[in-house]
Design a binder for this molecule. Structure first.
Ligand SMILES: [Zn+2]
Length: 754
């Protein structure tokens, strides 16, 4: 999964970094640390990454395929060869696969959609002997429906407001939405919520086709018959196996009935290519689509209704299937019960070269190098756990089931989870827990970008400063650029929403997580989740020479080594505090904006402005009336953020001054206070209406999907106009931040010896 790297900066909100006290890392002299890391680098060979990718992507490797199982067995064998204590952990999950799919235009003129991705000569898509699954979306609801078609643009909340103003409804209709703007699964979910009985999702060439660049095989972008597969489970409710929310999908687990599983859609859904979509869209009449709704097809985009009538039918095999997580350990020599966990998934939609094998081969390179360092006599102080997840694509299933199965042990032992997924040539992209932002900055200062010869952090800072010059740059990008221009400040990392295997760690357990990868220069987006995400495409257009896949190994490997060997806690609190303060400012502004919006709408309705501005020859409608916005009770949250800023500064100052001189008992006390401090941010109450998500600082948006919502209990309550929830979660979030500050204050006292 994970198309996040290219878009995360645009989607997410966060603060500028702040000045951090810089202290020498750990007790070992820097030269020893640097020497160890140089030895690690020397063990990373791009040619090996290439060979592994070629083997792992030689046949389709979707969940349940013979090659996915063979890959898990192969990865297990490699870990063992490299000196790791490794095993495969099997889970049993609901994994529907299509038996039959039909999509046809019934009128005005009959047309049967091809639903096929033809092989491309010279490409793995033409040489595979194992069958690929037909293009489909997993966890849609089977059905056989015939109805009129309505074009809903991206199919997101704002698009339904526009439809309302046009006087057009999808009730009893089949919606056709284009990919983009928000997460895939929200499109059929919102269509279903608005009364649609079926949904089609297509890839418009404006998003990732010929409008962007030449199409594959001439260039990197989506060819006319390329289809984006994916999950449409209601992930913002909970990810993982739909039948076992909150518990591991072990063989004997108590399961929901399929009909009771709330994350499975009720309506049939199919993804299609733009070659197929053009015929359906051309058949639509009714309103001409608003200008921002028009894609790059050579047609006049209409919304409907009429005259297009569509027949859509999907039938699936709803059996339980095994999945295979590979789990490997190197035991810690001093703190064996403190774990650094690193992961990347190994299942793909078809061949999965860029997604996920580019990240998987980086992880393998790290594992081989770490094994070799151990063979040479190095012993990590903490236990290192490497994980190769299965079933990420259907909805983070392998990682989620492992986390749910081992939740209490992981909450006791985990220091940090470090994730990667698809990787490309380009700039470092990082999201995660902001108390680890300084660690990321330290590592990014020591890894050299192969294209420019400067540290990857310096290159990222340059990119942030230039991005802020774009005419449509958001205030957020300008804040980032300001921080990036100041070498005394850390460059900011992003907030994590969802879209890859970090989710269960950070959002459910509250364990801190980082997600990293390179991107924005290589171009994997055009073959994303299609049959054309192949070894040939990756080596031609995404990372020729496996230079950046190897660089990912050097970057992630350094994070692992530094956290595993650190003598003092690696977190810094001031960056986190400043980030949370910025989130609170955003949420308060949001409440004010909502108030202005409601007042303005009341005036417009009073003045009959909507009716007077509408074209009387076309259908139109009035917007749903907005209720008056009360003042949210922010005082407790204001106090908590002020206190967090003071406690954070005191902690970071005390750490800079005293960390190097701590004795055994005080050091142990400090470590135990900081080991699980992030879990104070994820109290058991969970988010309103979706208690699986426990982190009150970071969550995937209920209506953005992958995109993060920060301070989500409060922010989403304001967005959705749930005023009692807004007040309640302002207090709950304040309590969580106060618990974090309490912990910091105790750690500061230990550092000061008071
Ligand atoms: Zn992926």
């Amino acid at each position: 999964m994970s198309r996040k790297l290219l878009t995360m900066r645009a989607i997410m909100s966060l603060a500028a970094g702040v000045l951090c006290a810089s202290i020498a890392f750990g007790a070992a002299p820097l030269s020893d640390q640097a020497a160890l890391e140089h030895r690690f680098d020397a063990l990373i060979h791009p040619d090996e990454l290439r060979d592994w990718m070629k083997q792992l992507t030689s046949q389709p490797n979707h969940v349940g395929s013979p090659h996915d199982k063979a890959n898990a067995d192969q990865i297990l064998a490699w870990f063992k060869d490299w000196g790791w204590d490794a095993n495969i952990e099997t889970f049993w999950i609901l994994y529907p696969t299509p038996i039959s799919e039909t999509l046809e235009l019934v009128s005005p003129k009959p047309f049967k959609a091809t639903l096929q991705e033809p092989p491309i000569p010279g490409d793995s898509s033409a040489t595979a002997t194992d069958p690929a699954l037909p293009a489909y979306v997993v966890y849609q609801g089977d059905g056989d429906v015939t109805a009129g078609l309505i074009y809903v643009n991206y199919g997101m909340q704002d698009d339904y407001k526009t439809l309302e103003r046009m006087g057009v409804s999808v009730k009893g209709k089949i919606a056709i939405a284009r990919y983009g703007s928000g997460w895939r699964g929200l499109k059929p979910k919102l269509a279903q919520d608005h009364g649609a009985i079926g949904c089609i999702i297509y890839s418009d060439p404006e998003g990732d086709g010929y409008s962007v660049d030449q199409t594959y095989p001439d260039g990197p972008m989506r060819p006319p018959r390329g289809v984006q597969r994916g999950s449409v489970a209601d992930m913002p409710l909970y990810p993982g196996d739909p039948l076992t929310p909150g518990i591991g999908a072990t063989k004997d687990a108590k399961r929901l009935k399929i009909s009771e599983a709330p994350t499975i859609l009720k309506i049939p859904v199919l993804p299609i290519s733009y070659a197929d979509a053009q015929i359906f869209l051309e058949a639509l009449g009714g309103h001409v689509a608003p200008s921002s709704w028009r894609g790059a097809l050579p047609i006049t985009y209409h919304v409907g209704p009429g005259p297009a009538v569509v027949h859509l039918a999907v039938k699936s095999d709803w059996s339980i299937k095994p999945i295979y997580d590979v789990i490997a350990m190197l035991p810690g020599s001093i703190y064996p019960d403190q774990w650094v966990v690193r992961g990347n998934h190994h299942d793909g939609w078809v061949f999965g070269a860029s997604d996920p094998m580019s990240g998987q081969v980086a992880l393998l390179a790290e594992a081989k190098a770490l094994g070799a360092l151990v063979h040479q006599g190095w012993r990590p102080k903490r236990t290192i756990v490497y994980t190769s997840w299965d079933a990420e694509e259907p909805m983070l299933v392998g990682s989620t089931e492992w986390v749910e199965t081992h939740a209490s042990e992981l909450k006791q032992k985990m220091v940090l989870y470090i994730n990667s997924d698809g990787n490309e040539r380009g700039f470092l992209g990082v999201g995660g827990s902001h108390d680890f932002q300084h660690l990321v900055n330290e590592v990014a200062a020591d890894v050299i970008d192969p294209e420019t010869g400067v540290p990857i952090g310096q290159r990222l800072r340059a990119e942030m400063r230039i991005a802020a010059l774009e005419p449509d740059a958001k205030p957020h990008a300008k804040d980032e650029a300001k921080a990036a221009a100041d070498p005394d400040q850390d460059f900011p990392i992003e907030a994590l929403g969802s879209g890859s295997d970090y989710s269960a760690f950070i959002a459910h357990l509250g364990v801190p997580a980082l997600d990293l990868g390179f991107g924005a220069e290589g171009e994997a987006g055009g073959v994303y989740h299609s049959r054309y995400d192949t070894f040939e495409h990756h080596t031609r257009f995404v990372d020729p020479g496996f230079v950046y896949d190897a660089l990912l190994a050097k970057t992630a490997g350094r994070l692992v080594i530094r956290v595993a060997d650190a003598d003092v806690p690696v977190q810094r609190a001031t960056g986190f505090a400043a980030t949370v303060a910025d989130y609170l400012d955003q949420v308060k502004k949001l409440a004010d904006d909502k108030r202005d919006e409601a007042e303005n709408q009341a005036k417009l309705l009073h003045d009959r402005a909507f009716q007077l501005a509408a074209d009387p020859t076309k259908s139109s409608g009035l917007p749903t009336t907005l209720d008056r916005v009360p003042h949210v009770e922010f005082a407790a949250l204001d106090d908590a953020v002020d206190r967090l800023k003071r406690s954070a500064k005191a902690y970071d100052d005390a750490l800079a001054k005293n960390a190097a001189h701590l004795s055994g008992a005080r050091l142990a006390r400090l470590q135990s206070l900081m080991l699980d401090i992030d879990q104070t941010l994820a109290p058991d109450v969970g988010l309103p209406g979706r208690p699986w998500y426990k982190n009150l600082i970071y969550a995937p948006g209920r209506y953005t999907g992958y995109g993060a919502k920060t301070l989500p209990g409060v922010r989403e309550a304001i967005e959705d106009r749930r005023w009692p929830d807004a007040n309640r979660y302002a207090k709950l979030t304040a309590n969580a931040l106060n618990a974090y500050s309490d912990r910091l204050d105790k750690a500061t006292a230990v550092l000061k010896g008071t």
